[in-house]
Design a protein around this ligand. Structure first.
Ligand code: IPM
Ligand code: MG
Length: 358
């Protein structure tokens, strides 16, 4: 098969980590008989610098004509402070998610045995293992609601962000989460704030309806404040966690941190028909950009997710994951995951080591 892949290399370490991921993809293609054609797509801070806006016209169309999108990272302090949304890199991220209908964001957080010492939690907690998948709703809620600023009579300026969820939006993300739980350990925690928010009350109502349909999945409701606490107290209790956009944004950062290795974590954003978008969950790390220091593993594992979820190439996906584990088990580390005193390799060498194991 031939697959066409849009590459949004983006800013900071983005180009370097995507570069290694592409070489890994080509190595897998060679071994399993696939070819990949790449289309470079300009987006983020680099697009602001060259064409004056972070999300150039036609970006979504180019991506839609591809089978999948691989994104490095966008943003950085250089473009951080503009009040013009077109000149903010984040705008591009939110727009592409919305335009491609990528409503389901899968963020796995697993503790790899070789890196157990990097886990910041107590040893007895880490020893129980961490292997959870956050399913974050990605195109609704407060990040896409109406934003306002207006003058009040007696309290100065006021700002408001609207948070709305429809049954349709809740049901489709809920189904994704239940389906995923079926493929894993058959446990689903739905995180909300139903003791306060109306959106959460509707969320819970829809989830309960689905829970009856998916009665083979063990379901529970967890309030978001409690979820934040449980994630550091006993993360081993979670399998799949489904939640709305903003809660998922926050909890997925927390979940990545407890694995001790944010440089290893991939993500997938998928919809019903459009190409999926795959990206490492770490940012653009401008402080180490261009120095051959960045960890390419999260991007390489994002390719594994692309193979699994967009192309249904599970053998190929597993080959990448096995290669990464083999390299880590052999003791190879980039600087971000090296223990004190442990020798680290650079971005390019790490990519090469992984390719050798394919
Ligand atoms: C993420 C990021 C983005 C988000 C920002 C940069 C808009 O934090 O992917 O989690 O909130 O979705
Ligand atoms: Mg975030």
């Amino acid at each position: 098969m031939n697959y066409k892949i849009a590459l949004i290399k983006g800013d900071g370490i983005g180009p370097e980590v995507v570069g290694e991921a592409v070489k890994v993809m080509d190595a897998v293609g060679k071994k399993y008989g696939h070819t990949f054609t790449y289309v470079d797509v300009l987006m983020g801070g680099c697009a602001i610098d060259t064409v004056g806006k972070s999300y150039p016209d036609g970006t979504a169309e180019v991506c839609r004509a591809c089978d999948a999108v691989l994104l490095g990272a966008v943003g950085g302090p250089k473009w951080g402070h503009s009040t013009d949304p077109e000149k903010r890199p984040e705008t591009a991220l939110l727009s592409i998610r919305k335009d491609l209908g990528l409503y389901a964001n899968l963020r796995p957080a697993a503790l790899r045995p070789a890196l157990a010492e990097a886990c910041p939690l107590k040893k007895e907690t880490a020893n129980k293992g961490i292997d959870l998948m956050i399913v974050r709703e990605l195109t609704g809620g407060i990040y896409f609601g109406k934003r306002e600023r207006y003058q009040t009579e007696d309290k100065g300026e006021e700002a408001a962000d609207r948070m709305a969820y429809s049954e349709l939006e809740i049901e489709r993300i809920g189904r994704r989460a239940f389906e995923l739980a079926r493929l894993r350990r058959k446990k689903l925690a739905s995180v909300d704030k139903a003791n306060v928010l109306e959106t959460s009350s509707l969320w819970r109502q829809v989830m309960h309806r689905l829970a009856q349909e998916y009665s083979d999945v063990q379901y529970e409701d967890v309030l978001v404040d409690n979820a934040a606490m449980q994630l550091v107290r006993d993360p081993g209790q979670f399998d799949v966690v489904v939640t709305e956009n903003m809660f998922g944004d926050i909890l997925s950062d927390e979940a990545s941190m407890i694995t001790g290795s944010i440089g290893l974590l991939p993500s997938a954003s998928i919809g019903d028909t459009a190409p999926g978008l795959y990206e490492p969950i770490h940012g653009s790390a401008p402080d180490i950009a261009g120095q051959d220091k960045a960890n390419p593993i999260a991007t390489i594992l994002s390719v594994a997710m692309m193979f699994r979820y967009s192309f249904r190439l599970s053998q190929e996906a597993a080959a990448i994951e096995r290669a990464v584990d083999a390299v880590l088990n052999a003791g190879w580390r980039t600087a971000d995951i090296a223990a004190p005193g442990q020798q680290a390799v650079g971005t390019i060498r790490m990519g090469e080591l992984i390719r050798e194991k394919i």
